[in-house]
Ligand binder design. Structure first.
Ligand code: PMP
Length: 386
């Protein structure tokens, strides 16, 4: 493993060896009794991780974009109004998907790195008659986290369905579906859930299922249609064989292992660990004198950081230097400022050691680019952790 580099991008992430070993177990039939048990258990564990005891989990072969597509396909009917709280590139993607199914989307946005204030959302909900309130919990293009608890309370008051893209948050950031009143949360396997890419994961709460069941028009996507998938998920959970489309057997096996690890850690411990790691990373970057895309410290996510390159530092050179030092980082993504910043993922199995190696590689890389940091980032990470 000497030449193996540390993958510190915001997904795919570093995976636990037990999860990877589960991927490599011999593939069974998707209706074999042992696989039915594994699938059933994974569905039950999803409820625990999403903190949604009354929700309906779905495990589909696909990526996060399919989870978004499935959500829109099943909850949007042509002409439905949706209010979209925009915090970056992935909110824009959700708009495109919602519109594809005929939604009329109203955007509420803030400057890049910001987020619309709760009272702006409240006013907008009062002005319009919306079926859906949609947002991204952590926008991976900006590193901005939204206030899901606050938005959920407004959504409940307004009687809208509250949909959360949790691709960069679920199993990392605090998210309490039932308690807060989130009607649907979705994610993908390759982020804080800690499983290689290939699964679209979502949990629909009772209001979302009710809205689906009272649709007047057909679902305009065959593969995504919950009419096809609900009986399958219900059958697996009842430990019965069922088939609509072949599940990703090895990935589901790995998912079940990872969900088991997440629940064994405990959701409260996991949320706190991510908060600690996120803040430690951001303290290290601040010590190095780097600004961040999120405009306020409280807007900064705990699952990734989005630091700005210092003046005069060639971004491509810095990322190449970090790579040579054994740490893979991601470039910028938001079209308005792509060349001005980079991204560090620190979710899932990320340890303090990984973080020290990462901030150390950035520190060393900056020195190689001719930049002298005001303070040591590594020392600040270690200090923040204590
Ligand atoms: N939403 C967010 C917040 C994401 O970070 C991503 C992926 N980076 C997606 C949606 C899309 O997921 P995927 O690439 O797995 O389709």
């Amino acid at each position: 493993m000497k030449n193996r580099k540390l993958l510190m991008i915001p997904g795919p992430i570093e995976f636990d060896p037990q999860v990877l070993a589960a991927m490599a177990e011999p593939t069974t039939s998707h209706v074999a009794p042992n696989f039915i048990e594994i699938f059933g258990q994974a569905l039950e564990r999803m409820r625990g991780v999403f903190l949604s005891p009354d929700g309906q989990p779905f495990i589909l072969a696909g990526s996060g974009t399919l989870a978004m597509d499935t959500t829109a396909a099943n909850l949007v009917e042509p002409g439905d109004a949706a209010l979209l709280v925009v915090t970056g590139y992935f909110s824009d993607r959700f708009q495109t998907i919602l519109e594809r199914y005929g939604a009329r989307v109203t955007r509420l946005e803030a400057p890049v790195g910001g987020r619309p204030a709760l009272d702006e959302v409240e006013q907008a909900l009062k002005r319009g008659s919306y079926k859906l309130l949609v947002t991204t919990h952590v926008d991976t293009s900006t590193g901005v986290i939204t206030d899901i608890q606050g938005l959920a309370a407004l959504s409940r008051k307004a009687g809208t369905l509250f949909i959360v893209d949790g691709v960069c948050s679920v199993a990392g950031e605090e998210l309490r579906m039932m308690e807060w009143g989130v009607d649907l949360a979705l994610t993908a396997s390759q982020k804080a859930i800690g499983v290689p890419p290939g699964l679209a994961l979502l949990v629909a709460g009772p209001h979302a299922l009710q809205a689906f069941k009272s649709r007047k028009s057909p679902v305009l996507n065959y593969y995504a249609d919950w009419n096809n998938w609900l009986p399958i998920m219900e059958a697996y959970e009842a430990r019965k064989a069922a088939y609509f489309a072949t599940p990703a057997v090895n990935l589901v096996n790995a998912l079940n292992v990872s969900l088991g690890q997440i629940l064994a850690e405990g959701m409260e411990t996991r949320f706190t660990r991510h908060q600690k790691i996120g803040r430690a990373c951001q303290a290290g970057l601040a010590a190095l004198g780097l600004g961040q895309i999120p405009l306020q410290p409280e807007y900064a996510a705990h699952t990734l950081s989005a630091p700005r390159y210092p003046q005069g530092v060639d971004g491509a050179k810095l990322l190449a230097a970090a790579n040579r030092l054994g740490v893979i980082l991601a470039g910028g993504l938001h079209p308005a400022c792509r060349a001005e910043y980079f991204r560090i993922g620190h979710m899932g199995a990320c340890t303090l050691g990984d973080l020290l190696a990462t901030v150390g590689a950035v520190e060393q890389g900056l020195a190689e680019c001719g930049y002298t940091p005001p303070e040591s980032g590594v020392a600040a990470v270690s200090e923040a952790f204590r």
